[in-house]
Write a protein of this length. Structure first.
Length: 281
């Protein structure tokens, strides 16, 4: 079906359509009244023909009314669509307006940042110049410190060599003293060993002598015991106790001498170890 524009004669609004319906009804009423008045004088065939013409016009009118109703419904739909489009276009306009405002703010911020960047570049150039000057100053100070350190290092080397010589002399003196002390300790140990051997020999001789005396006395006692058998037990026990006591005393003295020799040997070994450590140092 072709679309009719508002300027088309066939395009009518709802009010015009209603007025057309009323006029049609009035025409129909008037025509029906005229027909009733003239019914007596008009030919029946003509009346039927007129009625069919009227009915045909009414059908055409109803068809036109239906077409107009359809066009009205389409127009309302188009109106709603246009209104919805108008709302969406307004929203898009508002969105675009906000976007434009944001872009303007962004441009302003970029302009401000551009100015700040230029200031920062100027500050960076100044800082670079200051760094160069400070770097040169630091290099000069480092060179000065290096030369001073070399001078002090030479002084320390001379002091260290002097201290090493002094320590070497002290070590040599201590070595001589330790040698003398070690020789003295070794002499004491050898004397104590000789004394211990002599004492052991003397004690052994005394023990042998006492053993011989004990054996002689025991033999005499045994000869006498034949006449006095009950009197032999007491002298034997007395001699045995004396011999045991003498042996215990001898063993104690020997143990004391051995402990003394052991202490001296330990001291001598400690002195030798300390002497070796000093020599290594």
């Amino acid at each position: 079906m072709p679309r009719r524009e508002p300027g088309d004669p066939a395009f009518r609004t709802e009010s015009e359509f209603l007025r057309g319906g009323e006029e049609g009804r009035r025409d129909m009423d008037q025509s029906s009244e005229g027909c009733m008045k003239k019914i007596s004088s008009v030919n029946l065939d003509k009346l039927i023909n007129d009625f069919s013409q009227i009915e045909k016009k009414m059908i055409e009118t109803n068809g036109k009314n239906n077409i107009l109703d359809i066009q009205l419904e389409k127009t309302n739909c188009l109106l709603k669509v246009m209104q919805a489009k108008e709302v969406s276009i307004k929203e898009e306009c508002a969105t675009l307006h906000n976007i434009i405002k944001g872009l303007q703010q962004t441009i302003e911020c970029q302009q401000n940042l551009k100015g700040e960047n230029e200031q920062l570049k100027i500050s960076a150039d100044l800082i670079k110049e200051k760094l160069k000057s400070h770097e040169q100053e630091y290099k000069n100070n480092i060179a000065k410190l290096v030369s001073e350190m070399k001078i002090k290092e030479e002084g320390y080397k001379t002091e260290i060599s002097k201290l090493y010589q002094d320590m070497q002399k002290k070590v040599e003196l201590n070595e001589e003293k330790h040698k003398e002390l070690i020789e003295k300790k070794e002499m004491e140990i050898s004397e104590l060993n000789a004394k211990l051997r002599s004492q052991e020999k003397e004690k052994q001789n005394e023990i042998i002598k006492l053993q011989l005396e004990f054996d002689a006395k025991l033999a005499r006692v045994q000869t006498k015991s034949k006449s006095y058998p009950d009197s032999t037990a007491l002298p034997q026990s007395i001699y045995r106790r004396k011999l045991q006591h003498f042996q215990e005393e001898k063993n104690k003295e020997i143990a004391i001498l051995r402990n003394t020799i052991r202490d001296l040997e330990q001291r001598l070994s400690v002195d030798k170890d300390s002497h070796l450590k000093r020599r290594r140092f």
